[in-house]
Design a protein around this ligand. Structure first.
Ligand code: KIV
Ligand code: ZN
Length: 500
């Protein structure tokens, strides 16, 4: 008999905290529905007190999703809990996730308090949350660096106060797998009422050990894992859902089962990567572009003789479809609609017509349209509400000549034009743009990425621009890489606080 492992997805909360990865409510609903179809048990939909946007997203996700429990994060603060309860009002199944830091570093430096007072606050926040919902999860922030004896006292007390799940976060990603596993085992062995709650892992990847730590927790008795799609999350990220799901599937010897429909993993991974403008590293386990690409002669020879020689996972099991239909200029609306649905995107006919129009324009420039192009097109109206828009861009450049660019932008409908020369076409275009947007802006990071192979491919540009003490993240996609760069720069400017 296998034990069920609950999958708690925090892509929309811990994952979304990554600078530049913020989604709007419509996009969050799209991800939440894809997570539901994937089979996750709990969706952490946001931190409602943190912003009106988060509050609204929790409300709308609660309405849009049926099966998974919807969870809202709070601090150990009454106001947070009240707001979370309000945001969860439409959820069919609801959970409040409340907690406080329990390591000495948090107790002394963050709360300027002591262990006894923190224990009281932990109990109080759980009791308060139980007034609003039956399902309350408590997190002991920085549990990874919390003394085990004290942690056991906190866990026992919060379970007594009504916690149904207790989360043991390795907030800083510090623990070694053996150490984290022993921590979970210590709680299983030393908390007398542990059978009344589920222990949860929540690991960060600062030292590259998030998945290993999570699995060590599971092997020692945790029965919920907190994960994100593609392992996204602050700093080095969180444990990735796809890795844990596939470990449980491949290792039937550990007798742990999840509800994940693994064939939906790849489409959800693409959807999240595309909506969040967060590329997946090519060698990422399970969902990276190279995860199933055998390039060495010895491997290719082995795989051709028998795929089991070098492959432990059948790519089809994670939804990678070798024969994915490649769309071309001759593909009809129905083929596009079908491919979008396979990728987890549904839209009404009005939006489909607009996307199809953009699709035909792109297909004129580019022979084969792949899944990434389609996902980009599906989000093509991202800039619709932007104040500043690129009207035209003309660049001359070449070897032995200085590049010159002229640019036209509209700012809330008013037209502006400028020209500049520069050290290369992107430099010239950005200098021209800066003549119009006359601020002290510093380009901190600039990444150009072709989506797949051909010279007619869409180029994606990620940029970070510093302005007035803040760093803003921008994204652009175009078959013309210079236009994509300028779009990314404008995307950053549109996010400047005073421009919003
Ligand atoms: O990493 C962490 O400790 C968290 C908690 C708020 C659950 O994300
Ligand atoms: Zn976290």
């Amino acid at each position: 008999m296998s034990d069920k492992l609950f999958i708690f997805d925090t892509t929309l909360r811990d994952g979304e905290q990554v600078p530049g990865c913020q989604l709007n409510t419509v996009e969050k609903i799209q991800v939440a529905k894809a997570l539901e179809a994937l089979g996750v048990d709990i969706i952490e939909a946001g931190f409602p007190v943190s912003s009106p946007g988060d509050f609204n997203s929790v409300i709308e996700i609660s309405k849009a999703v049926t099966w998974p429990t919807i969870c809202a994060l709070t601090r150990a603060v009454e106001k947070d809990i009240e707001v979370a309860a309000q945001a969860l009002q439409f959820a069919k199944r609801k959970r409040i996730h409340t907690g406080i830091g329990t390591s000495d570093a948090h107790i002394v430096y963050k709360f300027k308090s002591n262990r006894e007072e923190i224990l009281e606050r932990a109990v109080a926040c759980v009791k308060y949350a139980r007034r609003f919902v039956d399902d309350v999860e408590f997190y002991a922030e920085d549990a990874g660096r919390t003394d085990n004896e004290y942690l056991a006292r906190v866990v026992e007390a919060v379970i007594k106060a009504g916690a149904t799940v207790v989360n043991i976060p390795d907030t800083t990603g510090y623990c070694l797998p053996d150490e984290y596993g022993r921590k979970i085992k210590f709680l299983v062995d030393n908390v007398p009422n542990i059978d009344r709650a589920i222990l949860s892992t929540h690991c960060h990847n600062d030292l590259g050990m998030a998945t290993a730590n999570t699995m060590a927790g599971v092997l020692n008795g945790a029965r919920q894992v907190e994960v994100t799609i593609n392992g996204i999350g602050e700093r080095a990220g969180n444990t990735s859902l796809e890795e844990v799901a596939m470990i449980c599937k491949c290792h039937s010897d550990i007798h742990i089962e999840t509800n994940i429909n693994t064939q939906k993993i790849y489409p959800v991974s693409r959807l999240v990567s595309s909506l969040m403008n967060m590329p997946v590293q090519p060698n990422k386990a399970i969902v990276g572009r190279n995860a199933f690409a055998h390039s060495s002669g010895i491997h290719q020879d082995g795989v051709l003789k028998n795929v089991q020689t070098y492959e432990i996972i059948d790519p089809h099991d994670v939804g990678i479809d070798d024969n994915a239909i490649v769309l071309t200029a001759r593909s009809g609306r129905a083929a596009l609609k079908n491919r979008l649905e396979v990728l987890g995107v549904s839209m009404d006919n009005g939006k489909l017509d607009k996307v199809y129009e953009e699709f035909l324009k792109l297909a004129d420039k580019k022979k084969d349209i792949n899944d990434d192009d389609i996902l980009l097109l599906a989000g093509a109206d991202r800039s619709q509400n932007h104040r500043i828009k690129l009207d035209y861009l003309q660049v001359t450049s070449g070897v032995g000549v200085r590049s010159v660019a002229s640019i036209g932008v509209s700012i809330t409908g008013e037209k502006f034009e400028a020209a500049a020369s520069g050290n290369g076409p992107v430099d010239a275009a950005i200098k021209a743009l800066k003549k119009i947007i006359n601020r002290h802006m510093v380009l901190k990071e600039f990444t150009i990425q072709a989506i797949s192979k051909g010279s007619d491919d869409m180029g994606k540009v990620h940029m970070q621009v510093e302005y007035d003490g803040h760093v803003y993240y921008g994204f652009g996609a175009n078959t013309d890489i210079i236009a994509a760069s300028v779009e990314a720069y404008i995307d950053c400017i549109n996010k400047f606080k005073e421009v919003e």
